[in-house]
Design a protein around this ligand. Structure first.
Ligand code: AMP
Ligand code: ZN
Length: 467
Protein backbone atom coordinates (compact mmCIF):
# COMPACT_ATOMS: atom_id res chain seq x y z
CA UNK A 1 0.00 0.00 0.00
CA UNK A 2 1.08 3.53 -0.67
CA UNK A 3 -0.06 6.57 1.28
CA UNK A 4 0.54 10.29 1.06
CA UNK A 5 1.97 11.33 4.41
CA UNK A 6 1.40 14.97 5.38
CA UNK A 7 4.48 14.77 7.62
CA UNK A 8 6.82 14.22 4.69
CA UNK A 9 4.57 15.59 1.93
CA UNK A 10 5.33 12.47 -0.09
CA UNK A 11 3.54 9.36 -1.21
CA UNK A 12 5.28 6.63 0.78
CA UNK A 13 5.18 2.87 0.97
CA UNK A 14 3.07 2.13 4.05
CA UNK A 15 5.02 0.16 6.67
CA UNK A 16 3.23 -0.46 9.97
CA UNK A 17 5.02 -0.63 13.32
CA UNK A 18 4.03 -4.26 13.77
CA UNK A 19 3.89 -6.41 10.66
CA UNK A 20 0.35 -7.13 9.52
CA UNK A 21 -1.26 -4.84 12.09
CA UNK A 22 -2.49 -1.26 11.78
CA UNK A 23 -3.25 1.12 14.64
CA UNK A 24 -5.41 3.88 13.32
CA UNK A 25 -7.01 6.92 14.95
CA UNK A 26 -9.66 9.28 13.60
CA UNK A 27 -10.68 12.64 15.04
CA UNK A 28 -14.39 12.25 15.67
CA UNK A 29 -17.17 14.82 15.39
CA UNK A 30 -17.90 17.69 17.74
CA UNK A 31 -21.43 16.70 18.70
CA UNK A 32 -23.12 20.07 19.04
CA UNK A 33 -25.01 19.88 15.77
CA UNK A 34 -25.66 17.55 12.84
CA UNK A 35 -22.65 16.63 10.72
CA UNK A 36 -22.76 18.34 7.34
CA UNK A 37 -21.94 16.41 4.20
CA UNK A 38 -18.47 18.03 4.20
CA UNK A 39 -17.63 16.44 7.56
CA UNK A 40 -19.00 13.21 6.15
CA UNK A 41 -16.73 13.43 3.10
CA UNK A 42 -13.83 13.08 5.53
CA UNK A 43 -15.44 10.11 7.27
CA UNK A 44 -16.30 8.40 3.96
CA UNK A 45 -12.71 8.63 2.72
CA UNK A 46 -11.31 7.49 6.09
CA UNK A 47 -13.74 4.55 5.95
CA UNK A 48 -12.40 3.60 2.53
CA UNK A 49 -8.83 3.81 3.86
CA UNK A 50 -9.69 1.48 6.75
CA UNK A 51 -11.51 -0.98 4.51
CA UNK A 52 -8.73 -0.95 1.91
CA UNK A 53 -6.22 -1.85 4.62
CA UNK A 54 -8.44 -4.71 5.77
CA UNK A 55 -8.96 -5.81 2.15
CA UNK A 56 -5.21 -5.90 1.69
CA UNK A 57 -5.02 -8.28 4.65
CA UNK A 58 -4.08 -6.01 7.55
CA UNK A 59 -5.52 -6.52 10.99
CA UNK A 60 -6.81 -3.01 11.72
CA UNK A 61 -7.77 -1.46 15.03
CA UNK A 62 -9.44 1.91 14.59
CA UNK A 63 -10.30 4.32 17.37
CA UNK A 64 -12.42 7.48 17.24
CA UNK A 65 -13.12 10.09 19.88
CA UNK A 66 -16.34 12.02 20.30
CA UNK A 67 -15.70 15.66 21.16
CA UNK A 68 -18.29 16.50 23.80
CA UNK A 69 -16.29 19.08 25.77
CA UNK A 70 -13.58 21.67 25.28
CA UNK A 71 -13.88 22.56 21.57
CA UNK A 72 -14.23 26.32 21.45
CA UNK A 73 -15.60 28.17 18.48
CA UNK A 74 -12.17 29.54 17.69
CA UNK A 75 -9.19 27.23 17.32
CA UNK A 76 -7.14 29.87 19.18
CA UNK A 77 -8.74 28.85 22.50
CA UNK A 78 -11.22 31.68 22.49
CA UNK A 79 -14.89 31.99 21.71
CA UNK A 80 -17.67 29.96 23.19
CA UNK A 81 -17.62 26.23 23.93
CA UNK A 82 -19.39 24.66 20.94
CA UNK A 83 -21.31 22.22 23.14
CA UNK A 84 -22.64 25.01 25.31
CA UNK A 85 -23.66 26.90 22.22
CA UNK A 86 -25.65 23.86 21.04
CA UNK A 87 -27.29 23.42 24.45
CA UNK A 88 -28.36 27.08 24.56
CA UNK A 89 -29.65 26.96 21.01
CA UNK A 90 -31.93 24.05 21.84
CA UNK A 91 -32.62 24.78 25.45
CA UNK A 92 -31.29 21.38 26.53
CA UNK A 93 -28.46 20.14 28.73
CA UNK A 94 -25.01 19.63 27.23
CA UNK A 95 -25.25 15.88 27.86
CA UNK A 96 -28.62 15.69 26.06
CA UNK A 97 -27.14 17.53 23.11
CA UNK A 98 -24.11 15.24 23.07
CA UNK A 99 -26.26 12.10 23.13
CA UNK A 100 -28.67 13.33 20.47
CA UNK A 101 -25.99 14.42 17.99
CA UNK A 102 -23.78 11.39 18.62
CA UNK A 103 -26.71 9.15 17.71
CA UNK A 104 -27.55 11.37 14.72
CA UNK A 105 -23.92 11.14 13.54
CA UNK A 106 -23.89 7.34 13.60
CA UNK A 107 -27.32 7.21 11.93
CA UNK A 108 -25.90 9.34 9.09
CA UNK A 109 -22.82 7.12 8.94
CA UNK A 110 -25.04 4.04 8.66
CA UNK A 111 -26.90 5.56 5.70
CA UNK A 112 -23.56 6.19 4.01
CA UNK A 113 -22.30 2.67 4.83
CA UNK A 114 -19.51 4.08 7.00
CA UNK A 115 -18.38 1.39 9.42
CA UNK A 116 -18.34 2.32 13.11
CA UNK A 117 -14.73 2.24 14.37
CA UNK A 118 -13.71 -0.59 16.72
CA UNK A 119 -13.56 1.85 19.64
CA UNK A 120 -15.56 5.05 20.04
CA UNK A 121 -14.79 7.06 23.17
CA UNK A 122 -16.32 10.38 24.26
CA UNK A 123 -13.88 12.91 25.74
CA UNK A 124 -15.92 13.21 28.93
CA UNK A 125 -15.11 9.53 29.72
CA UNK A 126 -11.40 10.20 30.01
CA UNK A 127 -10.94 13.29 32.20
CA UNK A 128 -8.61 11.44 34.59
CA UNK A 129 -6.18 10.48 31.86
CA UNK A 130 -6.17 14.08 30.54
CA UNK A 131 -5.23 15.30 34.02
CA UNK A 132 -2.50 12.69 34.29
CA UNK A 133 -0.98 13.68 30.95
CA UNK A 134 -1.10 17.39 31.84
CA UNK A 135 0.60 16.70 35.19
CA UNK A 136 3.43 14.90 33.42
CA UNK A 137 3.79 17.76 30.90
CA UNK A 138 4.06 20.23 33.80
CA UNK A 139 6.60 17.99 35.50
CA UNK A 140 8.70 17.77 32.34
CA UNK A 141 8.60 21.54 31.90
CA UNK A 142 6.52 21.55 28.73
CA UNK A 143 3.55 23.26 30.34
CA UNK A 144 2.96 26.27 32.57
CA UNK A 145 0.20 27.81 34.62
CA UNK A 146 -0.94 31.35 33.82
CA UNK A 147 -4.12 33.19 34.68
CA UNK A 148 -5.23 29.93 36.33
CA UNK A 149 -5.19 28.00 33.07
CA UNK A 150 -2.58 25.42 32.08
CA UNK A 151 -0.85 26.04 28.75
CA UNK A 152 1.47 24.03 26.56
CA UNK A 153 4.73 25.90 25.96
CA UNK A 154 5.46 25.60 22.25
CA UNK A 155 8.84 27.36 22.60
CA UNK A 156 10.17 24.22 24.36
CA UNK A 157 10.05 22.30 21.10
CA UNK A 158 12.76 22.24 18.45
CA UNK A 159 10.23 22.02 15.67
CA UNK A 160 6.68 22.91 16.45
CA UNK A 161 5.55 23.27 12.82
CA UNK A 162 5.90 19.58 12.00
CA UNK A 163 3.77 19.84 8.88
CA UNK A 164 6.10 22.35 7.27
CA UNK A 165 5.62 26.03 6.74
CA UNK A 166 2.05 26.93 7.31
CA UNK A 167 0.96 29.97 5.42
CA UNK A 168 0.04 33.16 7.23
CA UNK A 169 -3.65 32.47 6.81
CA UNK A 170 -3.44 29.20 8.69
CA UNK A 171 -1.42 30.77 11.49
CA UNK A 172 -3.76 33.68 11.97
CA UNK A 173 -6.65 31.65 13.36
CA UNK A 174 -7.36 33.89 16.31
CA UNK A 175 -7.21 37.05 14.27
CA UNK A 176 -9.25 35.58 11.47
CA UNK A 177 -12.04 34.70 13.86
CA UNK A 178 -12.02 38.28 15.09
CA UNK A 179 -11.57 37.51 18.76
CA UNK A 180 -9.25 38.98 21.33
CA UNK A 181 -6.03 37.10 21.94
CA UNK A 182 -5.36 35.35 25.22
CA UNK A 183 -2.73 37.51 26.96
CA UNK A 184 -1.71 34.69 29.33
CA UNK A 185 0.09 32.91 26.52
CA UNK A 186 3.87 33.23 26.49
CA UNK A 187 4.02 32.43 22.80
CA UNK A 188 1.42 33.02 20.13
CA UNK A 189 0.87 29.31 19.44
CA UNK A 190 0.78 28.10 23.04
CA UNK A 191 -2.50 26.34 23.67
CA UNK A 192 -4.70 25.54 26.63
CA UNK A 193 -4.43 22.08 28.16
CA UNK A 194 -6.80 22.81 31.03
CA UNK A 195 -9.15 25.72 31.67
CA UNK A 196 -9.97 26.79 35.20
CA UNK A 197 -10.28 30.52 34.84
CA UNK A 198 -12.84 30.55 32.14
CA UNK A 199 -14.43 33.62 30.79
CA UNK A 200 -17.55 31.51 30.37
CA UNK A 201 -18.79 31.22 33.91
CA UNK A 202 -21.75 29.18 32.74
CA UNK A 203 -19.58 26.34 31.36
CA UNK A 204 -21.82 23.36 32.02
CA UNK A 205 -19.34 20.54 32.50
CA UNK A 206 -16.57 20.98 35.07
CA UNK A 207 -14.31 18.58 36.90
CA UNK A 208 -11.99 18.72 39.88
CA UNK A 209 -8.33 18.94 39.01
CA UNK A 210 -5.08 19.72 40.85
CA UNK A 211 -5.43 23.25 39.43
CA UNK A 212 -9.02 23.83 40.49
CA UNK A 213 -12.40 23.03 39.02
CA UNK A 214 -12.31 23.28 35.25
CA UNK A 215 -12.41 21.48 31.94
CA UNK A 216 -9.93 20.23 29.34
CA UNK A 217 -8.72 21.95 26.19
CA UNK A 218 -9.68 20.37 22.90
CA UNK A 219 -6.38 18.84 21.71
CA UNK A 220 -5.54 16.77 24.78
CA UNK A 221 -8.44 14.38 24.20
CA UNK A 222 -7.12 12.92 20.98
CA UNK A 223 -3.64 12.28 22.39
CA UNK A 224 -5.05 10.57 25.49
CA UNK A 225 -7.83 8.58 23.86
CA UNK A 226 -5.56 7.23 21.15
CA UNK A 227 -2.85 6.23 23.66
CA UNK A 228 -5.41 4.62 25.94
CA UNK A 229 -6.50 2.24 23.19
CA UNK A 230 -3.57 2.07 20.79
CA UNK A 231 -0.52 2.51 23.00
CA UNK A 232 2.51 4.74 22.48
CA UNK A 233 3.08 4.01 18.79
CA UNK A 234 0.52 4.78 16.17
CA UNK A 235 0.51 4.00 12.46
CA UNK A 236 -2.09 6.31 10.93
CA UNK A 237 -3.88 9.37 12.23
CA UNK A 238 -6.75 10.78 10.14
CA UNK A 239 -8.78 13.95 9.94
CA UNK A 240 -9.95 16.72 7.68
CA UNK A 241 -7.24 19.06 6.36
CA UNK A 242 -8.47 21.94 8.57
CA UNK A 243 -7.39 19.83 11.55
CA UNK A 244 -3.76 19.84 10.43
CA UNK A 245 -3.22 23.19 12.16
CA UNK A 246 -3.54 23.81 14.99
CA UNK A 247 -5.28 20.60 16.19
CA UNK A 248 -2.94 17.92 14.86
CA UNK A 249 0.14 20.07 15.26
CA UNK A 250 -0.77 20.45 18.94
CA UNK A 251 -1.61 16.77 19.33
CA UNK A 252 1.88 15.90 18.10
CA UNK A 253 3.53 18.56 20.28
CA UNK A 254 1.98 17.33 23.51
CA UNK A 255 2.09 13.59 22.70
CA UNK A 256 5.77 13.56 21.78
CA UNK A 257 6.69 15.83 24.69
CA UNK A 258 4.86 13.39 26.97
CA UNK A 259 6.22 10.20 25.43
CA UNK A 260 9.74 11.38 24.64
CA UNK A 261 9.66 9.68 21.24
CA UNK A 262 7.93 9.82 17.88
CA UNK A 263 4.24 9.08 18.19
CA UNK A 264 2.48 8.61 14.85
CA UNK A 265 4.10 7.72 11.53
CA UNK A 266 1.50 8.59 8.88
CA UNK A 267 -0.88 11.56 8.78
CA UNK A 268 -3.84 11.21 6.44
CA UNK A 269 -5.74 14.41 5.68
CA UNK A 270 -8.90 14.64 3.63
CA UNK A 271 -9.36 17.89 1.72
CA UNK A 272 -12.48 19.93 1.97
CA UNK A 273 -15.86 19.71 0.45
CA UNK A 274 -16.57 23.22 -0.74
CA UNK A 275 -19.71 24.96 -1.80
CA UNK A 276 -19.82 27.82 -4.30
CA UNK A 277 -18.42 30.23 -1.71
CA UNK A 278 -15.66 28.10 -0.17
CA UNK A 279 -15.30 25.55 2.66
CA UNK A 280 -18.59 24.06 3.72
CA UNK A 281 -19.28 24.81 7.37
CA UNK A 282 -22.10 24.51 9.85
CA UNK A 283 -22.46 28.23 10.25
CA UNK A 284 -22.63 29.48 6.69
CA UNK A 285 -24.77 28.89 3.61
CA UNK A 286 -27.25 26.05 3.27
CA UNK A 287 -26.65 23.53 6.08
CA UNK A 288 -26.34 20.40 3.99
CA UNK A 289 -27.04 17.24 5.93
CA UNK A 290 -27.78 13.66 4.94
CA UNK A 291 -31.43 14.14 5.98
CA UNK A 292 -31.71 17.23 3.80
CA UNK A 293 -30.44 15.52 0.66
CA UNK A 294 -32.68 12.53 1.44
CA UNK A 295 -35.69 14.81 1.80
CA UNK A 296 -34.90 16.10 -1.69
CA UNK A 297 -35.11 12.52 -2.96
CA UNK A 298 -31.39 11.67 -3.17
CA UNK A 299 -29.97 8.33 -2.12
CA UNK A 300 -27.15 8.88 0.42
CA UNK A 301 -25.12 6.25 -1.44
CA UNK A 302 -25.18 8.45 -4.56
CA UNK A 303 -23.40 11.03 -2.39
CA UNK A 304 -20.91 8.35 -1.32
CA UNK A 305 -20.26 7.58 -4.99
CA UNK A 306 -19.87 11.32 -5.68
CA UNK A 307 -17.10 11.39 -3.05
CA UNK A 308 -15.44 8.22 -4.34
CA UNK A 309 -15.30 9.60 -7.88
CA UNK A 310 -12.69 12.15 -6.85
CA UNK A 311 -9.40 11.93 -4.99
CA UNK A 312 -9.37 12.71 -1.27
CA UNK A 313 -6.41 15.08 -1.67
CA UNK A 314 -8.29 17.42 -3.98
CA UNK A 315 -10.92 19.89 -2.87
CA UNK A 316 -14.35 18.82 -4.08
CA UNK A 317 -17.07 21.27 -5.03
CA UNK A 318 -20.60 20.28 -4.15
CA UNK A 319 -23.59 21.26 -6.28
CA UNK A 320 -26.97 19.67 -6.82
CA UNK A 321 -26.10 19.31 -10.53
CA UNK A 322 -23.05 17.25 -9.56
CA UNK A 323 -25.18 15.15 -7.21
CA UNK A 324 -27.74 14.62 -10.00
CA UNK A 325 -24.96 13.36 -12.19
CA UNK A 326 -23.64 11.01 -9.51
CA UNK A 327 -27.22 9.77 -8.99
CA UNK A 328 -27.55 8.98 -12.71
CA UNK A 329 -24.23 7.12 -12.68
CA UNK A 330 -25.17 5.26 -9.50
CA UNK A 331 -28.54 4.12 -10.83
CA UNK A 332 -27.16 3.02 -14.19
CA UNK A 333 -24.29 1.15 -12.59
CA UNK A 334 -26.57 -0.57 -10.14
CA UNK A 335 -29.09 -1.52 -12.82
CA UNK A 336 -26.36 -3.14 -14.87
CA UNK A 337 -25.01 -5.02 -11.89
CA UNK A 338 -28.31 -6.26 -10.47
CA UNK A 339 -29.34 -7.43 -13.96
CA UNK A 340 -26.39 -9.87 -14.00
CA UNK A 341 -27.65 -13.43 -13.80
CA UNK A 342 -26.75 -15.54 -10.79
CA UNK A 343 -26.14 -18.68 -12.82
CA UNK A 344 -22.79 -20.14 -13.71
CA UNK A 345 -19.68 -21.28 -11.95
CA UNK A 346 -17.47 -18.65 -10.35
CA UNK A 347 -14.02 -18.48 -11.94
CA UNK A 348 -11.95 -18.22 -8.76
CA UNK A 349 -8.72 -17.44 -10.59
CA UNK A 350 -10.35 -14.41 -12.24
CA UNK A 351 -11.70 -13.26 -8.87
CA UNK A 352 -8.21 -13.45 -7.34
CA UNK A 353 -6.72 -11.59 -10.30
CA UNK A 354 -9.23 -8.74 -10.04
CA UNK A 355 -8.85 -8.55 -6.27
CA UNK A 356 -5.11 -8.05 -6.72
CA UNK A 357 -5.79 -5.33 -9.31
CA UNK A 358 -8.13 -3.62 -6.88
CA UNK A 359 -5.59 -3.61 -4.06
CA UNK A 360 -3.00 -2.23 -6.47
CA UNK A 361 -5.34 0.50 -7.73
CA UNK A 362 -7.12 1.64 -4.57
CA UNK A 363 -4.09 0.84 -2.42
CA UNK A 364 -2.21 3.50 -4.34
CA UNK A 365 -2.98 6.38 -1.99
CA UNK A 366 -6.70 5.55 -1.79
CA UNK A 367 -7.37 6.05 -5.48
CA UNK A 368 -11.10 5.46 -5.29
CA UNK A 369 -11.90 6.62 -8.80
CA UNK A 370 -9.60 3.86 -10.10
CA UNK A 371 -11.65 1.46 -8.00
CA UNK A 372 -14.81 2.66 -9.77
CA UNK A 373 -13.11 2.30 -13.17
CA UNK A 374 -12.28 -1.29 -12.28
CA UNK A 375 -15.99 -1.97 -11.73
CA UNK A 376 -16.61 -1.06 -15.38
CA UNK A 377 -13.66 -3.24 -16.40
CA UNK A 378 -15.32 -6.18 -14.65
CA UNK A 379 -18.60 -5.51 -16.45
CA UNK A 380 -16.77 -5.43 -19.80
CA UNK A 381 -14.48 -8.41 -19.15
CA UNK A 382 -15.05 -11.78 -20.80
CA UNK A 383 -16.38 -13.46 -17.70
CA UNK A 384 -19.61 -15.18 -16.80
CA UNK A 385 -22.14 -13.27 -14.72
CA UNK A 386 -21.58 -15.31 -11.57
CA UNK A 387 -17.88 -14.39 -11.67
CA UNK A 388 -18.69 -10.74 -12.31
CA UNK A 389 -21.02 -10.76 -9.32
CA UNK A 390 -18.38 -12.38 -7.11
CA UNK A 391 -15.76 -9.77 -8.06
CA UNK A 392 -18.11 -6.81 -7.68
CA UNK A 393 -19.33 -8.12 -4.33
CA UNK A 394 -15.74 -8.31 -3.20
CA UNK A 395 -14.92 -4.73 -4.36
CA UNK A 396 -18.01 -3.56 -2.52
CA UNK A 397 -16.45 -4.62 0.79
CA UNK A 398 -14.39 -1.46 0.31
CA UNK A 399 -16.57 0.77 -1.88
CA UNK A 400 -19.68 -0.03 0.21
CA UNK A 401 -22.16 1.15 -2.40
CA UNK A 402 -24.62 -1.77 -1.97
CA UNK A 403 -23.95 -2.69 -5.58
CA UNK A 404 -25.46 -6.16 -5.41
CA UNK A 405 -28.34 -5.31 -3.15
CA UNK A 406 -31.68 -5.80 -4.87
CA UNK A 407 -34.06 -2.97 -4.12
CA UNK A 408 -36.95 -4.09 -1.93
CA UNK A 409 -40.01 -4.64 -4.12
CA UNK A 410 -42.56 -1.86 -3.86
CA UNK A 411 -45.31 -4.45 -3.31
CA UNK A 412 -45.96 -5.63 0.25
CA UNK A 413 -44.24 -8.85 1.12
CA UNK A 414 -46.47 -11.76 2.13
CA UNK A 415 -45.28 -13.86 5.00
CA UNK A 416 -45.94 -17.59 5.17
CA UNK A 417 -48.18 -17.34 8.21
CA UNK A 418 -50.50 -14.83 6.52
CA UNK A 419 -50.61 -16.92 3.38
CA UNK A 420 -51.69 -20.02 5.35
CA UNK A 421 -54.39 -18.03 7.10
CA UNK A 422 -55.76 -16.59 3.82
CA UNK A 423 -55.86 -19.96 2.10
CA UNK A 424 -57.73 -21.50 5.06
CA UNK A 425 -60.27 -18.65 4.97
CA UNK A 426 -60.78 -19.10 1.23
CA UNK A 427 -61.51 -22.80 1.80
CA UNK A 428 -63.94 -21.91 4.61
CA UNK A 429 -65.71 -19.43 2.33
CA UNK A 430 -65.94 -22.03 -0.47
CA UNK A 431 -67.65 -24.42 1.93
CA UNK A 432 -70.03 -21.66 3.13
CA UNK A 433 -70.99 -20.88 -0.45
CA UNK A 434 -71.56 -24.57 -1.15
CA UNK A 435 -73.92 -24.63 1.86
CA UNK A 436 -75.57 -21.51 0.42
CA UNK A 437 -74.60 -19.68 3.60
CA UNK A 438 -73.89 -16.41 1.75
CA UNK A 439 -73.98 -14.40 4.94
CA UNK A 440 -70.98 -16.33 6.28
CA UNK A 441 -69.20 -16.08 2.91
CA UNK A 442 -69.60 -12.28 2.96
CA UNK A 443 -68.44 -12.13 6.57
CA UNK A 444 -65.27 -14.04 5.63
CA UNK A 445 -64.64 -11.66 2.73
CA UNK A 446 -65.08 -8.69 5.11
CA UNK A 447 -62.79 -10.25 7.70
CA UNK A 448 -60.05 -10.71 5.08
CA UNK A 449 -60.51 -7.17 3.86
CA UNK A 450 -60.00 -5.92 7.37
CA UNK A 451 -56.65 -7.76 7.38
CA UNK A 452 -55.73 -5.98 4.14
CA UNK A 453 -56.50 -8.91 1.84
CA UNK A 454 -58.81 -8.57 -1.13
CA UNK A 455 -60.30 -11.68 -2.76
CA UNK A 456 -61.87 -12.04 -6.15
CA UNK A 457 -63.85 -14.89 -7.69
CA UNK A 458 -62.59 -15.62 -11.18
CA UNK A 459 -63.20 -18.40 -13.66
CA UNK A 460 -59.85 -19.88 -12.66
CA UNK A 461 -60.86 -19.89 -9.01
CA UNK A 462 -60.43 -17.48 -6.11
CA UNK A 463 -57.49 -15.08 -6.36
CA UNK A 464 -56.29 -12.77 -3.62
CA UNK A 465 -53.92 -9.87 -3.15
CA UNK A 466 -52.69 -7.53 -0.46
CA UNK A 467 -54.05 -4.02 -0.66
P1 AMP B 1 -15.90 18.70 13.59
O1 AMP B 1 -17.22 18.06 13.85
O2 AMP B 1 -15.98 20.16 13.32
O3 AMP B 1 -14.90 18.39 14.70
O4 AMP B 1 -15.31 18.07 12.25
C1 AMP B 1 -15.35 16.71 11.97
C2 AMP B 1 -14.43 16.35 10.82
O5 AMP B 1 -14.87 16.97 9.59
C3 AMP B 1 -12.98 16.82 11.01
O6 AMP B 1 -12.11 15.77 10.56
C4 AMP B 1 -12.88 18.02 10.11
O7 AMP B 1 -11.56 18.25 9.69
C5 AMP B 1 -13.76 17.62 8.94
N1 AMP B 1 -14.31 18.72 8.14
C6 AMP B 1 -14.82 19.89 8.56
N2 AMP B 1 -15.28 20.64 7.53
C7 AMP B 1 -15.05 19.90 6.40
C8 AMP B 1 -15.31 20.10 4.99
N3 AMP B 1 -15.92 21.19 4.52
N4 AMP B 1 -14.97 19.12 4.13
C9 AMP B 1 -14.37 17.98 4.59
N5 AMP B 1 -14.11 17.73 5.90
C10 AMP B 1 -14.45 18.67 6.79
ZN1 ZN C 1 -8.40 15.09 17.16
Amino acid sequence: MKLFNTLTRNVEEFVPNVEGKVNMYTCGPTVYHFAHIGNLRSYIMEDVLEKTLRYAGYDVKRVMNITDVGHLSSDADTGEDKMLKGAKRENKTVMDIAKFYTDAFFADCAKLNIKTPDVVEPATNCIDSFIEMIEKLLEKGYAYQAGENIYFDTSKLQNYYVFGNQNEDELMVGVRDDVTEDTNKKNKNDFVLWFTKSKFEDQALKWDSPWGVGYPGWHIECSCISMKHLGEYMDIHCGGIDNMFPHHTNEIAQSEAYLGHKWCNYWFHVHHLNDQTGKMSKSKGEFLTVSLIESKGYNPLAYRLFCLQSHYRKPLVFSYEALDQATGTYNKLKNRITALSKDGVVDEAAVAEFKAKFVEAVGNDVNTSMGITLLYDVLKAELNDATRRAIIGSFDEVLSLDLLKEEVAAEPVVDAQLEGYVLAKIEERKAAKKDKNFELADAIRAELLEKGVEIKDTREGVVWKLI
